[in-house]
Design a protein around this ligand. Structure first.
Ligand code: ATP
Ligand code: MG
Length: 250
């Protein structure tokens, strides 16, 4: 295993009208190849901001983020993102929203549509190719967001509360789909970094869970989840892990 992502002494300060908002102070952690890491922490502690920094969509105030040996300075083709608030383009229909990241890879339209269709099917939105975001439910929008992020075959898939807007059954299906893709060594993504508020979901899916404190967020716990897959949510060991994570949060 080798370091895939190294976050070192990260600080992010937002300057608003009359005050400074310090989100993290010297936050450091690393992620290795093939890990599935979940980040849990109080609302507003900066989890979404952290993912945006890692994906190169925003800049840290100080500290560094290194992905595959290279400092992240702007958007990286190896990292894709599922946004908490979907981040769809309202003027594009479903297939164009899913295919948009493939344009940056210099692919022709026929190939882009073929790949986009495959991922639209994977997330269960067959038949909605021509539909516009305004006509979709929150859960459907999030499935479009997941399809778009997967379509670019990222090395690292970043997901910001990807399943929280979905009904229980859809969430369950999509979790399995993401796990299958992650477990399949032939296909990207090789590694996943997910923000979630759902402790059970984190224990079910992750190889490791990072628990953050209130802002300025520090890493308060780094828990390796050593459970066989598929994981049994009813097992005693599973319960022990969820209890441990809950105890860190309270
Ligand atoms: N562009 C910005 N300018 C100023 N403040 C910001 C900006 N983006 C986020 N913030 C503030 O930074 C803090 C952290 O926001 P962030 O969305 O990263 O939190 P979060 O941990 O993802 O919260 P949640 O769990 O509710 O999604 C919030 O107080 C938010 O108001
Ligand atoms: Mg957030």
């Amino acid at each position: 295993m080798s370091d895939l992502l190294v976050v070192k002494d990260l600080r992010k300060v937002y300057e608003t009208n009359d005050r400074q908002l310090e989100l993290f102070k010297d936050l450091s952690f690393t992620m290795e190849d093939r890990e599935f890491v979940s980040i849990i922490g109080p609302s507003g502690c900066g989890k979404s901001t952290l993912l945006r920094l890692i994906a190169g969509l925003d800049k840290p105030t100080s500290g560094s983020i290194v992905f595959q040996g290279q400092k992240v300075i702007n958007e990286n083709l190896g990292i894709s993102m599922v946004f908490q608030s979907f981040g769809l383009f309202p003027w594009l229909n479903v297939i164009d929203n899913v295919a948009i990241g493939l344009e940056a890879k210099g692919m022709n339209k026929k190939d882009r549509y073929e790949i986009a269709k495959k991922y639209i099917e994977k997330v269960g939105l067959d038949g909605y190719e021509e539909t516009y975001p305004s006509e979709l439910s929150g859960g459907m929008k999030q499935r479009v967001g997941v399809a778009r992020a997967l379509a670019v075959t990222p090395t690292l898939l970043c997901m910001d509360e990807p399943f929280s807007a979905l009904d229980a059954l859809t969430a369950e299906n999509l979790r399995e789909e993401v796990l299958l893709l992650w477990e399949d060594k032939e296909f990207p993504p090789d590694s996943v970094l997910m923000v979630t508020h759902n402790v059970e979901e984190a224990v079910y899916m992750s190889t490791r869970i990072l628990v953050l404190s209130e802002k300025p967020a520090k890493l308060i716990k780094d828990v390796k989840i050593s459970l066989d897959r598929p994981r049994n949510k009813k097992s005693e060991e599973f319960q022990e892990y969820t209890d441990l994570i809950y105890s860190c949060l309270t």
